[in-house]
Design a protein around this ligand. Structure first.
Ligand SMILES: *[C@@H]1O[C@H](CO)[C@@H](O)[C@H](O)[C@H]1NC(C)=O
Ligand SMILES: *[C@@H]1O[C@H](CO)[C@@H](O)[C@H](O)[C@H]1NC(C)=O
Ligand SMILES: *[C@@H]1O[C@H](CO)[C@@H](O)[C@H](O)[C@H]1NC(C)=O
Ligand SMILES: *[C@@H]1O[C@H](CO)[C@@H](O)[C@H](O)[C@H]1NC(C)=O
Length: 435
């Protein structure tokens, strides 16, 4: 621990030295940065654009909360005069925890150079990983005061990994890579905080609408949504848990998971505890079990015994609503003409994920639990993860929408807002007009 902390400081120093010319030029040090996050209607993936390279191009990326780092396809269309491969045994290699040093014999090009260290970029949608060159290139991004986007700043030597074109399989149309926000020292939030020396915190707010952008803010609050509500002021906190075993499709031995896990202790529906084998809920030595938060799963996924118990308990609580034939991938569907509506979505029993104590829970209301599958059919938006999956419960995108989540990497805790619909706002309400 002491060693890695020392190392982190050392790297901060390196990064800040390398960016000092641009800061001196503008004498502007942002306190936070902002990117829009859209929802792709065909894949249900969340997407974010990042300006990279010289000259700058907007690179469309799949937004992956638990992703290890930024990776992009360097095989096709990567043109940049500022691309630099990272040499073996350099400080950047150690920062990235690379355990591999590569050679590439065809003529040098982005993604193929000699004496460069490599990482293992992965695509969680097709569960595939590969080996790719670690590199640096310039990235530019808008700063924010938490209310509007402000002036653009750039990070001249932003670390990322080169993936191949095949690794884009299953990603939304036009996407060129994955933006990883996970628990590594080179994920987007870590690099931005280290570069500009702001708090190691970031917040995500995913929009439920494909017409209004959600938002990710790197740095501390305020996080203001129209009409002028600072959501950072009213969060509930729970510890983030480290899974000691990687959950990526490919990993070096001994690498911990980059995913964010929280400690769900029980599940209540309408206040009644669902009977579960609670020993399954914690993470074991092999890294199996636990509850993680994922932006690449459109719906929450639960291990079969938990899934069945939750579905049955839910059906029992809604006896008066007629069930209809289930529509895949869901297992419990209802005739929506019998379901009323509320400010927080369809009027169905609340589902509580109970955390470190019985008074701390993540409450899921109808807007986040139910999915409109047909005009008169609403399904419970959870899917069966099979027996013995790697992670017991994956809280997916539909359950995250219109909830603001703040990740505090320094103190390892998650702040969550619960449904913003209660407060008459949504994640689509960040004011993206620059001031
Ligand atoms: C890379 O190294 C290999 C083996 O040492 C050598 O044959 C090749 O010419 C080098 N390629 C470049 C681009 O330097
Ligand atoms: C609960 O799960 C654990 C781990 O899979 C298993 O060993 C145990 O027998 C289960 N307990 C019950 C009551 O099913
Ligand atoms: C839902 O209920 C209405 C009213 O009883 C009925 O007309 C409709 O066919 C039902 N829909 C389904 C999918 O069962
Ligand atoms: C959004 O921000 C701009 C710039 O500060 C401001 O002029 C505009 O009134 C804001 N929009 C709303 C709806 O408040």
């Amino acid at each position: 621990m002491a060693l890695s902390y020392h190392f982190f400081l050392f790297t901060c120093l390196l990064l800040s030295i390398s960016i000092s010319p641009s800061i001196a030029q503008t004498s502007f040090r942002p306190k936070a940065l902002v990117l829009p996050v859209s929802k792709d209607s065909s894949t249900l993936q969340y997407l974010t654009p990042l300006n990279q390279r010289t000259p700058f191009v907007p690179v469309k990326l799949t937004f992956h909360l638990g992703g290890q780092f930024l990776w992009v396809d360097c095989e096709q269309g990567y043109v940049s005069s500022s691309y630099k491969p990272v040499r073996c045994r350099s400080a950047q290699c150690s920062l990235a925890r690379s355990k591999s040093c590569g050679e590439c014999t065809p003529s040098p090009r982005p993604g193929c150079n000699n004496d460069t260290c490599s990482l293992l970029p992965d695509n969680p949608v097709i569960n595939t990983g590969t080996i790719g060159e670690l590199a640096q290139d310039v990235v530019s991004i808008q700063s924010t005061d938490g209310k509007n986007p402000g002036r653009v700043v750039s990070v001249p030597k932003f670390l990322f990994t080169c993936g191949g074109t095949f690794l884009l399989g299953g990603l939304a149309n036009g996407v060129k890579g994955i933006a990883g926000l996970g628990r590594t020292r080179i994920s987007l939030p870590f690099q931005f905080s280290a570069t500009f020396s702001f708090d190691r915190k970031f917040a995500i707010c995913l929009s439920s609408s494909t017409r209004a952008n959600g938002v990710v803010i790197f740095g501390d609050g305020p996080y203001v949504l129209l009409p002028g509500m600072d959501v950072s002021k009213s969060l509930i906190y729970t510890p983030l848990i480290l899974n000691p075993v990687s959950t990526a499709a490919a990993s070096f031995e001994g690498e911990p998971s980059a995913d964010y896990f929280i400690g769900v202790k029980s599940i209540k529906i309408n206040g009644n505890a669902v009977k579960l084998n609670t020993s399954l809920l914690s993470i074991n030595k092999e890294g199996f079990g636990g509850t993680k938060i994922s932006t690449v799963n459109p719906y929450s996924v639960m291990e079969t015994s938990i899934y069945n118990a939750v579905i049955q308990a839910f059906i029992k609580e809604v006896e008066n609503i007629p069930s209809v034939a289930a529509i895949a991938p869901f297992g419990a569907c209802f005739n929506s003409t019998f379901i009323g509506s509320t400010r927080v979505g369809p009027a169905v029993p609340q589902i509580d994920l109970v955390l470190q104590s019985s008074s701390v829970f993540w409450r899921i209301f109808g807007a986040n639990s139910m999915v409109q599958v047909k005009s008169d059919v609403l399904c419970l938006g959870f899917v069966d993860g099979g027996f013995n999956p790697r992670t017991l419960i994956v809280i997916g995108g539909h359950q995250l929408e219109d909830n603001l989540l703040q990740f505090d990497l320094a103190t390892s805790k998650l702040g969550f807002s619960s449904s913003l619909l209660f407060r008459r706002t949504t994640c689509g309400n960040f004011n993206f007009t620059s001031n």
